[in-house]
Design a protein around this ligand. Structure first.
Ligand code: ATP
Ligand code: MG
Length: 427
């Protein structure tokens, strides 16, 4: 897909927003990926939506590959349902709760265990119906007290939530380990390091596992073993101790961002909401459950926190809004000066666009008139697409300059070889 920069709805902004503290918010707003409506509430602009869609595509591919099925649940949730688990009253700080015109009390979902478990009673009645796993990627609402971290902590944000149902603990535990591996794959493809971190299991079980990305801006404190990379959340460090159990080495304290969290829920929800099955001998038992979350919008903010420099964002290859940024450095002055050369650049551009389009690549073309070369290059660095194809008068006919945003290295490539550059084994 090819987009032309002069036609875009959003634009880069000259100055950093004054009211933002978080690096991800500053850069994403300035580069035209998000727009703030109020604290913790953002629009995903076309660039931002492309990034989130790429993250979601990776999540979907990896979950679908292990047999999870996608559905989409409502954000409105009835009080009755939440009273059955007792969470209407205990969680009223985080859950937005309101009344409709008839006086009926409803809440906005900040998680979906209640909804999915009650719904599952319609379809799961026997152990033969198990195991099952369903997920959604949906907007969640949380009345967060400190929404100052841009995309890291929204009052309205995207969550991928997966729920699995099992006939017994053994099956549930095996599945939990399987999804843990799937999560590792997802974060690897996204291009961020996410350490599996033992954490509190909240009200559900003793422990849960978080996926934590080390970053100065992280709100969590974790202790990491440099040898085996295992990590422990500060919240359980007193139980665990500050030495790695396997390597016997001192753990190092780090700030980190929680990008994912997986929980063994046990039978807390299935008991409360009557999700029971008959086993082979006819005994009725509550279903064993687990839930698994990833925050795609928080992941987007995390990528920016850990991949940027003083010039702007550096997207990872699989999450960049476009595969490459084609920058025409012809300007009106040079056009007058050298009509022949500028025509050359135009036909070169068209030629390259055709090659890239044929290869199925997503390209942003900066063909803006009246914008200086310096401004175009600065914008390209701010936006952070991994490869910049710079089309200027410097290179000979039949050749182009490709700059790697991350290493800042440029190389001259023959036009017909251009597509090869985007194959990872070459760069
Ligand atoms: P935190 O401790 O940071 O408040 P949490 O533990 O309450 O998060 P979970 O309920 O485990 O969050 O949610 C699953 C995932 O959803 C998190 O791992 C995170 O990636 C994402 N997430 C949670 N809260 C937010 C938020 N306010 N804004 C953006 N993403 C969020
Ligand atoms: Mg969590």
């Amino acid at each position: 897909m090819i987009d032309y920069q002069s036609k875009l709805f959003a634009k880069t902004i000259k100055e950093f927003p004054k009211d933002e503290e978080a690096i991800n918010a500053k850069l994403l707003i300035r580069a035209g990926f998000i727009a703030k409506q109020m604290a913790g509430v953002f629009t995903l602009l076309p660039f931002g939506l492309k990034v989130v869609n790429k993250i979601n595509k990776i999540i979907r591919e990896e979950l679908d590959a292990v047999g999870c099925q996608e559905l989409f649940m409502p954000a409105f949730q009835s009080k009755d349902l939440w009273e059955k688990t007792g969470r209407w009253d205990t969680d009223n700080q985080v859950m937005y709760q309101m009344k409709d015109r008839s006086g009926k009390e409803i809440g906005l979902g900040y998680t979906h265990e209640e909804v999915i478990t009650e719904m599952a009673t319609k379809y799961i009645q026997s152990y033969k119906d198990l195991p099952k796993a369903v997920y959604q990627i949906q907007t969640k609402f949380r009345d967060e007290p400190r929404a100052k971290s841009g995309m890291l902590r929204g009052k309205e944000f995207l969550m991928k939530d997966l729920y699995s149902f099992h006939a017994n603990k053994k099956d549930r535990d095996e599945y939990y380990e399987k999804i843990k591996e799937v999560y590792k794959k997802i974060f690897k493809r996204i291009g961020i390091e996410a350490l599996v971190t033992s954490a509190s299991g909240g009200t559900f079980s003793k422990y849960s596992h978080e996926f934590q990305t080390i970053s100065e801006s992280g709100e969590d404190t974790i202790f990491v073993c440099n040898q085996c990379q295992s990590a422990i959340n500060n919240e359980i460090i007193d139980e665990y101790g500050k030495k790695c159990k396997d390597c016997n080495l001192k753990l190092n304290q780090k700030n980190a961002i929680e990008v994912g969290n997986i929980f063994k829920l046990g039978t807390k929800f299935s008991e409360a909401l009557g999700l029971c099955v008959a086993d082979a001998t006819g005994n009725i038992k509550p279903v064993e459950m687990a839930s698994y979350g990833i925050g795609p919008t928080r992941v987007m903010g995390t990528i920016v926190e850990v991949n940027h420099d003083d010039k702007g964002i550096i997207w990872t290859k699989e999450t960049a809004p476009y595969d490459c940024h084609l920058i025409q450095t012809r300007n009106s002055k040079s056009e007058i000066r050298n009509k022949f050369k500028s025509q050359n650049i135009q036909s070169k551009t068209e030629n390259i666009i055709e090659l890239l389009e044929k290869a199925g690549l997503d390209v942003l073309v900066d063909e803006r008139e009246g914008v200086s070369i310096g401004e175009k290059l600065a914008d390209a660095d701010l936006i952070g697409i991994p490869y910049q194809i710079i089309l200027g008068e410097k290179t000979d006919e039949g050749e182009i300059e490709i700059k790697d945003r991350k290493s800042v290295q440029s190389k001259i490539v023959k036009i017909e070889k251009i597509v090869d550059v985007f194959c990872p084994q070459i760069y």
